[in-house]
Design a protein around this ligand. Sequence first.
Ligand SMILES: Cc1ncc(COP(=O)(O)O)c(C=O)c1O
Length: 430
Amino acid sequence: MAKQAESDTDPQTAAAVFAGLSFEAALRDRYDGQAGRDIFAKVEGFKITEQARAAQLYPFFQALDRNDGPEAEIYGRRVVMLGSNNYLGLTRHPRVIQAAHDALSDHGTSLTGSRLLNGTTHLHERLENKIAEFLGTEAALVFTTGYQTNLGVISSLVNRRSVAVVDKADHASIYDACQLAEGGMLRFRHNDARHLDRILSRIGEDKSCLVVVDGVFSMGGDIVDLPGIVDVCKRRQARLLVDDAHAIGVIGSGGRGTASHFGIDGAVDLTVGTFSKSFASVGGFVAGDRNVLEWIKHFARSMIFSASLPPASAAAALAALEVLMDEPELTDDVQRKGETLRNGLRDMGFDTGESQTPIIPVNIGDEVATVTFWRDLLERGVYTNPVIFPAVAMGKAILRTSCMATHTDEQIEFVLDQFQALGRKHGLLP
Ligand SMILES: Cc1ncc(COP(=O)(O)O)c(C=O)c1O
């Protein structure tokens, strides 16, 4: 494991390092100063990641030796995994592993083609039917990733006469989808239904609107004000898409997500989800009315022009969903673990923001302080995720932590002990 960085790193250098670590187009463009004819010219100036590694401030692309769910191994050391989206801990569940094995034997490694042509199996259809049954919708449609789901769903619906209206804290895939869509995009203040109302009131009657919100926000762990948003959408005749990537399996009755959490099942027009979190696999889906999905199926470029979800991944997701339907108490377990960790951190004096779920940010602010804290935690056997600019605003860096249903009480206690010891050492606690 890397040695701890000097704590007196010049803040300006550190800020420059972290600004350089961002991959936003605007920041990428500044390397184009050396442009000219060669499109690779810009990469010559891109030394910032090397500098960050040399300063032992580079926190990304860390290779795990093993991932065993609630625990992992990195640099030859066992750590409590507090930085994954494996909320129900099902990546090591025997039923899920067996289902993936069987699909691999039955169908081979890949279908090597789009769902539209040779890439659909009965396994994909069974998975779609099971999701629709679980969420109580007419139908569901499976994509190869959650990212591609948002890309395909939003860009196929938001045409030149439409506007997508998104929460400022929505996931990057929603923003990317809006760039691909031909229509416009407007943003409303985070979780502010009144501001959404104002924005919708200014959009002309000739434009159709799709409001897009995350159910549980991926960085803050807060839950969208769905009743407020639904009310505004109804009054303003806007359709509503909820991205429940972090909500399915985690909140709502039996893990049915945000609408269920508020007891307003059926109030959402489209629900997007992913298999890369609670469902212990990879892939994504959209659930809603059959006729809307029929449209999406034939106009979503990310579905038509990309290979389908491999059978082993589809089988793993289906098995994980079946486990959740058989053992709905998994949702209570992950919530309980989250509550213990959140209350423990808050009681010590850490700022965990608006978190209401097992996604618990620890707000630190300074980028260098965040990364050195992350690295010290790792040294002590706790794996977390440092989230820095541009994923959050400059100077608003966080450590993102998340719990699993399969974390033991001892593991959570161990984690809290490490936070307490290091919080004091780093001057984050009194
Ligand atoms: C809210 C949200 N939507 C969509 C995605 C994309 O999901 P996937 O990993 O399946 O591409 C993510 C992934 O982190 C997410 O957090």
